[in-house]
Design a binder for this molecule. Structure first.
Ligand SMILES: [Zn+2]
Length: 266
């Protein structure tokens, strides 16, 4: 049985899809991934995501935001442009935004400034947030707490943290996005335990394509590019870890994503 799935994090405007984007989407739909949320991570990629989303509003939503890697490129003068994007009907969430102290491509002060700014824009525009956090848990939570009561919703996308981080997120009321990181036998093992603690009504699934190709796909794809068609593989892995039927996890995660990102009825 295939149940319609929603990929809540997909970088479909990435240039690695430029030569075959339509067939990537066709393959995803054939695999049951009928709806997709296209991640915006800069102003430019947000505009590209909105343009794709506009082409088929039943299939797509976009997020509008600035990834912490790009925080130092984002000036206060860019705020009106981001606000305008956030108000577009195709844009279902603010982000991805947050802190990434693992790669530190932008200085911490810039990351925190641009994170706060986007949380405020999310409050102002009434959009939920699509969050990214790596190696910055404590400052991330401290900043988020200031805005959470006024936010319409929040999902921690591509959760890869430890049990303490997960407990904190759940206590704060966040939803949790799980990617193919859970399929990684080197660094995803802890997630296989933790994923059982996520209440079914707070769980969503995503590929983060073209990044994070699941490492245990057999046969191994000829290239390393991840695609939304692999979402059912991630779903089955999660279901296996929870000792649940894939259909039950599919039904719940789709329902959660449809409600969070404002898709039409499933
Ligand atoms: Zn991310």
């Amino acid at each position: 049985m295939t149940f319609p799935l929603v990929d809540i994090g997909l970088n479909l405007s990435h240039d690695s899809f430029d030569h075959d984007r339509a067939s990537v989407v066709d393959h995803a739909v054939a695999a049951g991934v009928t709806r997709m949320v296209i991640t915006g991570s800069t102003l430019a990629s947000t505009r590209a995501a909105v343009e794709i989303a506009r082409s088929d509003p039943a299939r797509y939503r976009a997020t509008a935001g600035v990834h912490p890697h790009h925080a130092s490129e984002f000036a206060d003068a860019d705020v009106p442009a981001l606000r305008e994007l956030l108000l577009m009907p195709e844009v279902a969430a603010a982000g991805e935004c947050g802190l990434d102290y693992f790669r530190n491509f932008s200085p911490h002060a810039d990351q925190e400034r641009v994170f706060r700014l986007q949380l405020q824009l999310a409050v102002d525009t009434g959009k939920p947030v699509f969050l990214h956090q790596r190696d910055g848990h404590d400052p991330f939570v401290a900043i988020l707490r200031d805005y959470l009561p006024r936010l319409r919703g929040a999902v921690a996308h591509c959760f890869t943290g430890d049990e303490r981080e997960l407990r904190d997120y759940l206590d704060l009321g966040l939803s949790i996005g799980i990617t193919g990181w859970i399929c990684d036998e080197r660094r995803g093992l802890h997630l296989r335990e933790l994923v059982r603690f996520i209440p079914l009504d707070r769980l969503m699934i995503e590929t983060d394509a073209p990044y994070l190709l699941p490492r245990d796909l057999r046969p191994k794809p000829p290239h390393r590019r991840n695609e939304p068609k692999y979402l059912p593989h991630i779903l089955r892995t999660i279901a296996g870890c929870r000792g649940a039927a894939p259909e039950a996890v599919a039904f719940a995660t789709t329902q959660n994503a449809v409600a969070f990102f404002g898709f039409g009825a499933a």
